[in-house]
Ligand binder design. Structure first.
Ligand code: LLP
Length: 402
């Protein structure tokens, strides 16, 4: 990544997120290339980074979209992703969302419970539509990742067990308003072990064969997302081995592979850049206080997640500190007990691997406007989301003051 953080800070102020669009392209091409032996669709998991320009960049590369709200579906459509490349997942879809998805004619609704299938059937009937259905199977396999981002165990709320899935496909087959179209399985995020993926894909492929035997033919095999990235020193799953093991499990099946990567495509494209306000010592403890905070990037506070941090000054002498923001919570930190150089007011601090689940999880806590987002492509920078102003923050309340 060849980005001049100082120049961007002078031009756009801090804090900001910057995304390297060339990195996103390279990641997309790598994964798409790994599946070249088959028809495949990479449906970008919009929740990872839903900036319209990011989605548009992926759309231009040929990506579809995996969405978890009708808002995300509309973002994808807004930048020109065709409805036939859009999947709508999520355990709690609202009636109005199901209705809109059916009216928009997206590729599939990814159904996560028997009760939801009944709702979709009723709504499709009312609209006189046929809903293309994919069922999310929960294979009860431990993905060996952080418990908050593990989704493929029966103790997690996601998907249905294999027997329930089978019954639901039979319901689809027997209904005039439902069409069995795909099958889906996503066991977790930031996966660094191939074995659990292999195991679950095999299990789901067996179900596809069982369904074939009772004349239920599916068109799409959706392996979910989950490929991990390097935050620290993780050893990653090789994308070719990943694709290969999926294709092997699907041997003999005439089915299109769908994959829903989020973090893999955008995670390491992004850097959060913030600047030092003050240093202080409380008793023995040194604190470096920056202008970015947990409301901008919550992963360290929420998951104790590690993000590589670099102070952009020439000071080589390191000492222990906590890197914290201005928010009124002890949980407002980017790192605890980390060795950083002595800083001066206005020194910049880069927080890496901030392209996925960072801006999208930001809030306005403490009446802090969301920060600016910048794209760099072919060495040229451009703003892709303006910094929020105080006026933006009060816009929906102001008229109600009595
Ligand atoms: N498909 C489904 C059904 C998902 O639930 C997810 C992520 C993805 C695809 C994309 O997964 P990815 O390729 O990005 O791993 N906020 C957490 C991550 C939550 C992931 C939720 N589901 C974090 O900051 O680590």
């Amino acid at each position: 990544m060849n980005i001049n953080f100082k120049e961007l800070a002078n031009k756009y102020q801090t804090p900001y997120y910057v995304y390297d669009f060339d990195h996103i392209t390279a990641q997309y091409e790598e994964l798409k290339g790994a599946f070249k032996a088959r028809k495949s669709l990479l449906a970008y998991a919009v929740k990872a980074n839903s900036n319209l320009s990011v989605i548009k960049h992926l759309a231009n590369l040929g990506a579809g979209a995996d969405c978890v709200s009708i808002g995300e579906v509309k973002r994808a459509l807004k930048v020109g992703i065709q409805p036939y490349k859009i999947i709508f997942s999520g355990v709690g879809k609202i009636d109005s969302e199901i209705k809109e998805a059916l009216e928009l004619g997206i590729l599939m609704i990814n159904v996560e419970s028997a009760a939801e299938l009944d709702r979709v059937e009723v709504i499709a009937k009312e609209l006189g539509k046929v809903a293309r259905i994919s069922i999310r199977v929960n294979p009860n396999i431990d993905p060996q990742t952080h418990p908050y981002i593990s989704t493929g165990l029966h103790e997690n709320k996601f998907g249905v067990d294999i027997d329930t899935a089978k019954r639901m496909y039979i319901q689809c087959k027997n209904s005039d308003s439902l069409e069995p179209s795909g099958i889906h399985c996503h066991i977790g995020s930031q996966l660094t072990e191939l074995e659990p993926i292999k195991e679950s894909v095999k299990l789901v492929a067996d179900l596809v064969r069982n369904l074939e035997a009772i004349k239920i033919d599916l068109s799409f095999f959706d392996v979910g997302g989950g490929l991990g990235i390097v935050y620290d020193d993780e050893k990653l799953i090789d994308t070719n081995e990943y694709a290969q093991s999926i294709l092997e499990a699907l041997f003999g099946l005439d089915i299109t592979v769908v994959c829903e990567p989020g973090r893999f495509l955008v995670g390491n494209s992004g850097v959060f850049v913030t600047k030092v306000l003050y240093e202080k010592i409380n008793g023995e403890k040194r604190f470096v206080i920056v202008d970015g905070a947990m409301n901008d990037l919550i992963r360290p506070s929420l998951y104790n997640a590690y993000h590589k941090i670099e102070v952009l000054n020439d000071n080589k002498e390191l000492s222990d500190c906590n890197l914290v923001g201005p928010v009124c919570e002890s949980g407002d930190f980017f790192a605890k007990n980390i060795d950083l150089p002595k800083t001066q007011h206005n020194d910049l601090v880069a927080i890496y691997s901030a392209g996925a689940y960072c801006f999208t999880m930001a809030s306005n806590y403490n009446t802090r406007g969301k920060v600016a987002e910048i794209a760099v492509e072919n060495g040229v920078d451009r703003i892709i989301r303006k910094r929020e102003t105080f006026e933006d923050l009060i816009a929906l309340e102001e008229e109600y003051i009595k």
